[in-house]
Design a protein around this ligand. Structure first.
Ligand SMILES: Nc1ncnc2c1ncn2[C@@H]1O[C@H](COP(=O)(O)OP(=O)(O)OP(=O)(O)O)[C@@H](O)[C@H]1O
Ligand code: SF4
Ligand SMILES: [Mg+2]
Length: 337
C-alpha cells in the first residue's frame, strides 16, 4: 500500500457483518484496506464469494439491508462516505462515483427506452433541461460506440444485443463524468469477442477521461490487460496487494500462486489445467487462523494461530501470509519456493 500517487479513494480497515437476529453477526469483510489513486485502475480479484461485490457496494453505501458496516473508513477525496447523509450520498453516486453492476441484463428497465434511462440520470444529477440532457445522452452513446446514437437512443433494451446493452450501462455510468467508475464483472455475461471490445472501450475511456477505475473480476487475464494495481481477496480479507507487474512477476501469497496457475494458456492442454484444490469456506465457517490453510500446500501449525495481517514485504507489495512475516521466520528462509 505504498502507492506514491495521491489517493482519490482510501478504504481503511473496513469490516462488514451479516446482521443476525440476536446480537453479533457473521463477518463478511474483515479489515479491508486499499487505495485508488487519481487516474489509476485497481483490479480486485478472487474466487466467488470472497467479498468483491460487497466491497464495492460498501463504497456506494448500497449494501443489502442484511449487511452492516461494523468499523472502518471510506475516504473519498478526504471525506468519509460512511458519515455522509443519505441525500449527500445520492449526490455522490453518479456525480462522483458510478458503478456498472454485475448483472447488466437485469439492471436496465425493460419498459423504458435506453434514452429515457440515461436522461433520467443526467437530469437528476445535473438539473439540466431535457433537450440539453438528450444531446448529452446521444454524445455519451456515441462515446461508448453505439452506432447511429441519435436513432438508437429511442430503442428499448430488448432491441439491443448483450454487448450493446453493456455499452448502454457504461454510458449511463459515464453520463455524469464520475471521478471513479466501479465496474463489477463488466464482461462476464458477454461472449469473448464482445468482452474484448468492452475492455478496449473501458481502457480508451479511462485514458480519454482520466477517471479512476475499480474493476472487479475473477479473471486474472482481464487484470493483466487493464489494471495498474491488483488486490487479491480471499474469504473477506485482502491477502495480497501490489502493482500488476509485480504481482505477475512475483506472486507471493500461495492463493495468488494458485490463481496464476489456473489461467488457461493457449498452448496448454486444457485437461491438465491447474485448479486450486478444495473449496472456498462458507460464510460463518471460516477456519481459525489463515482462512486459506485447508487448501494451502505450504500450511504449517503456525498458519492455524492468528489471522496473518497484511504487511509490506517489498516496496509497493503487501501480503498476508506467515511465510512473509519477518517475526515468524528468518528472512533468508522466506519464500524458498
Ligand atoms: N444479500 C446478501 N445476504 C446475505 N449474504 C450475502 C448477500 N450478498 C452477498 N452475501 C454473501 O457475502 C459473501 C460475499 O459476497 P460477494 O457478493 O461480495 O462475493 P463476490 O466476491 O462478489 O462473488 P462473485 O464472484 O460470485 O460475484 C458471500 O458469501 C455471499 O454469499
Ligand atoms: S499463512 Fe500459511 S496457510 Fe496461509 S497462505 Fe500462508 S503458508 Fe498458506
Ligand atoms: Mg460479485
Amino acid at each position: 500500500m505504498t502507492n506514491k500517487k495521491k489517493p482519490l479513494l482510501s478504504v481503511r480497515d473496513l469490516s462488514v457483518s451479516l446482521a443476525i437476529s440476536r446480537g453479533g453477526g457473521i463477518p463478511i469483510l474483515e479489515s479491508v484496506s486499499f487505495d485508488v489513486a487519481e487516474g489509476d485502475v485497481l483490479g480486485i480479484v478472487g474466487e466467488s464469494g470472497c467479498g468483491k461485490s460487497l466491497t464495492a457496494l460498501s463504497i456506494l453505501r448500497l449494501l443489502p439491508k442484511s449487511a452492516v458496516v461494523t468499523s472502518g473508513q471510506i475516504l473519498f477525496q478526504g471525506s468519509d462516505l460512511l458519515h455522509k447523509s443519505e441525500s449527500e450520498m445520492r449526490a455522490t453516486r453518479g456525480n462522483d462515483i458510478a458503478m456498472i453492476f454485475q448483472e447488466p441484463m437485469t439492471s436496465l428497465n425493460p419498459v423504458l427506452t435506453v434514452g429515457e434511462q440515461i436522461l433520467e440520470a443526467i437530469i437528476y444529477h445535473e438539473r439540466t433541461t431535457r433537450l440539453a440532457a438528450r444531446k448529452r445522452a446521444i454524445e455519451t452513446l456515441d462515446i461508448v460506440g453505439i452506432p447511429s446514437p441519435d436513432r438508437r437512443i429511442d430503442d428499448y433494451p430488448h432491441q439491443m444485443s448483450g454487448g450493446m446493452r453493456q455499452r448502454v450501462m457504461i454510458a449511463m455510468a459515464l453520463a455524469t463524468n464520475p471521478k471513479l467508475l466501479i465496474a463489477d464483472e463488466p464482461t462476464t455475461a458477454l461472449d469473448v469477442t464482445v468482452q474484448a471490445q468492452i475492455l478496449e472501450l473501458l481502457r480508451k475511456l479511462r485514458a480519454d477521461l482520466g477517471m479512476s477505475v475499480i474493476i472487479i473480476t475473477h479473471d486474472l487475464g482481464v487484470i493483466s490487460d487493464f489494471a495498474d494495481r491488483v488486490m487479491v481477496m480471499y474469504s473477506g480479507r485482502v491477502v495480497e496487494e501490489s502493482t500488476t507487474r509485480d504481482l505477475f512477476d512475483r506472486p507471493l501469497h500461495p492463493y495468488t500462486e494458485g490463481l496464476m496457475r489456473s489461467i488457461p494458456h493457449i498452448d496448454e492442454d486444457v485437461a491438465r489445467l491447474h485448479t486450486i484444490e478444495g473449496i472456498v469456506p462458507s460464510l460463518g465457517e471460516w477456519p481459525q487462523g489463515c482462512r486459506f490453510h485447508p487448501r494451502c500446500p505450504y500450511s504449517t501449525a503456525a498458519c492455524k494461530g492468528a489471522v496473518p495481517e497484511l504487511v509490506g514485504y517489498a516496496p509497493d507489495h503487501s501480503v498476508a501470509c506467515v511465510r512473509y512475516e519477518p517475526s515468524k521466520q528468518p528472512r533468508s528462509q522466506l519464500a524458498s519456493r
